[in-house]
Design a protein around this ligand. Structure first.
Ligand code: AMP
Ligand code: MN
Ligand code: MN
Ligand code: MN
Length: 282
């Protein structure tokens, strides 16, 4: 049996519902052999997850999902096999989190203008000590009985053009790739099919990303349809990029799929873990 890899998942350190320990236990129960924790803009759950993975006898990959602005769009760059103690990476992510909090306060002001009071404080309470994300705002509005589910909150309040949306400048693509490379990791474009870039911009993104030293794109992810697996497998091949796979699991009700149930990569894909000595032949 080939190893079951899931290289994209979230815990309560960002917008997931399970603690790092519970996430790893769930992954093990679902038959995942190799798990990466990739919280948004934060590496502080990795030590706990690593300890839990050791206890459950599964392999663990240190990861992160960095928010990036490229051509006025938000992209997500996953770093896999990073060193969570790397000072440059940690310092840069700390700055992103400060800006995230300022953005959240502005989101609260936008929502107040349409009569939703205290959304910043409510989202902050739900986030507890973690970073504050749009998911925490969505959970607050659902909790208050204002909207029926988180998906509908995004549609009505949290996407471009809606009252809780705030234009935000995240990290540069080049800086994100550099930080991942400097900390010994592999940079991966997360769920490329989700950005609605158009084919010219997509080709430019892949070209630029590779030029900065990015090595892979997610081909199999819960954000892609099976035809998109084929589409991105082809693009990976065209740009000599490796392929990654991950569920992007956030917890029950926040996820499109369970863990450990990913489709196989299309034939011909070179998996990103081929660069990692311990899995080069997996
Ligand atoms: P943020 O980084 O604060 O902008 O939050 C982004 C997160 O919100 C993503 O990582 C997803 O977990 C979640 N998200 C984005 N769009 C949607 C959507 N349409 N429905 C549900 N969750 C979403
Ligand atoms: Mn998320
Ligand atoms: Mn993402
Ligand atoms: Mn994610």
């Amino acid at each position: 049996m080939p190893l079951n890899f899931d290289l994209h998942a979230h815990s309560t350190v960002s917008d997931g519902l399970l603690s790092p320990t519970d996430l790893v236990a769930y992954a093990a129960k679902q038959g995942v052999d190799v798990l990466a924790l990739t919280d948004h803009d934060d590496v502080s759950g990795l030590a706990e997850a690593q300890a839990a993975a050791t206890a459950h006898n599964i392999a663990f990959i240190n990861g992160v999902e960095i928010s990036v602005t490229w051509k006025k769009r938000t992209l997500h760059i996953v770093g896999l096999n990073i060193d969570p103690h790397n000072a440059a990476l940690k310092n840069a992510l700390a700055l992103v989190r400060i800006a995230r909090d300022e953005r959240a306060q502005k989101m609260g002001e936008g929502l107040a203008k349409v009569g939703i009071a205290d959304a910043y404080l409510g989202a902050k309470r739900i986030a507890q000590q973690s970073i504050i994300t749009r998911v925490h705002f969505a959970r607050y509005l659902v909790e208050q009985g204002l909207v029926k589910d988180t998906k509908s909150v995004f549609k009505k309040y949290l996407v471009k053009g809606k009252p809780g949306f705030v234009e935000h400048q995240w990290m540069d693509l080049e800086q994100a790739v550099n930080l991942i490379n400097q900390s010994g990791g592999s940079a991966v474009i997360a769920h490329p099919g989700r950005y609605d870039l158009g084919s010219v911009n997509m080709l430019q993104l892949l070209h630029e990303f590779r030029g900065y030293g990015g090595v892979a794109i997610e081909v199999v992810t819960s954000s892609h349809t099976p035809p998109q697996y084929q589409q991105f497998a082809k693009l990976a091949h065209q740009f000599s990029l490796k392929s990654s796979q991950g569920s992007d699991y956030h917890g029950k009700g926040l996820s499109f799929m369970e863990m450990g149930r990913l489709a196989n990569m299309p034939a011909g894909c070179v998996p990103v873990w081929q660069d990692w000595p311990q899995f080069a032949h997996a």
